[in-house]
Write a protein that binds this ligand. Sequence first.
Ligand code: AMP
Ligand code: MG
Length: 391
Amino acid sequence: MIPVSAALDAILALVAPLPGETVALRDVVGRVLAAPATAGRDQPPFDAAQMDGYALRSADLETGRPLRVVGTATAGHGFTGTIQPGEAVRIFTGAPVPGGADRVVMQEETGRQGDVLTVAANAEPGPFIRPRGGDFARGAELPAGRALRPADIALLAAMNVSQVTVHRRPAVAILSTGDELVPPGADPGPDQIVASNGYGLAALVTETGAEARLLPIARDSLDSLDACLRLGEGADLIVTTGGASVGDHDLLARDGTRLGIDLAFYKVAMRPGKPLMAGRLRGTPMLGLPGNPVSALVCGRLFAVPALRRLAGHPPEAAARATAVLGTDLPANGAREHYMRARTGTDGCAYPADSQDSSLLHILAQSDALIVRPPHDPPRHLGETVEIVKI
Ligand code: AMP
Ligand code: MG
């Protein structure tokens, strides 16, 4: 058995960021830039009015004499002339400031009769002009490695960048294994159960921004496993569940080499999820998750998601940790790192579920966090701070 951190390191070492592809800006939220994106223009492209009012020469205000309004500048339609001494131009937010003007006075601080404009003596100095390039200049860059958020998309659009190079979206093949399994919607026989792992993992993959492909359920025979695993070839990651324990029918664990699996490790010192394996299947990175539904999803969250994020160009890192206050006492932990299903309350406390049985999906569904207990963690008491992973 290896520690959780060593298992994650080994998994992250199996994958590398996928190559870039050109994608329209509309479709790249959450994706990671594989090449820098460069502004094709200044923003604003001209000195622009910051508010509705009048553009004028500030020197003219020193005399206190009224000004003559000689034209109008609106957003999208500038004033073509140049303001001469004693002149002003009616201007609206976003309009280009006419040549000759060095200040905008807000309309609330002016009075107007016909073409004659007076400006309050105590008008705010402003100048209420957004300088050309004040937001960004032509040539400004969003660097490679940037995970694109809505604000980045808006910035790129303003830069007049309509398509960007982002890391390819990982394709994940998901294989459930077991003679007892039937797909959801089928009519299970008396000894059968409905396969849930594939659906949960596919949802996790989709939520991560990758593409999930559910392979047909493999039976507990070498032929069936081999045939189904081959259907996963071409994926960027193959994720299996079940068949990884020490039972007679756990063929992925027993006959991995015959199936073409080159193991990086097998078994991790954690709860839930001891029978976790990772390696390559004829070159394709592969993650073998336990069959127990809670173990499969918890390990998916802790190991598959970081691998997918790395493939998609994010930095190699473990699931983010946060802290919470324990809402109850906990006994000492054993030798394996424990990820306890828990609910967090609006009081900032984390409440571990009464049962930590790794087959109980309803408890996982009610939980929104995993309390992380290091190996041999001493007893913990109500009110102590613990680390959690949000799920
Ligand atoms: P295994 O690792 O194959 O021994 O499976 C451990 C437990 O998880 C057994 O009770 C299986 O029936 C159950 N199990 C395995 N795969 C799935 C699945 N895809 N959906 C739900 N339960 C499963
Ligand atoms: Mg099985």
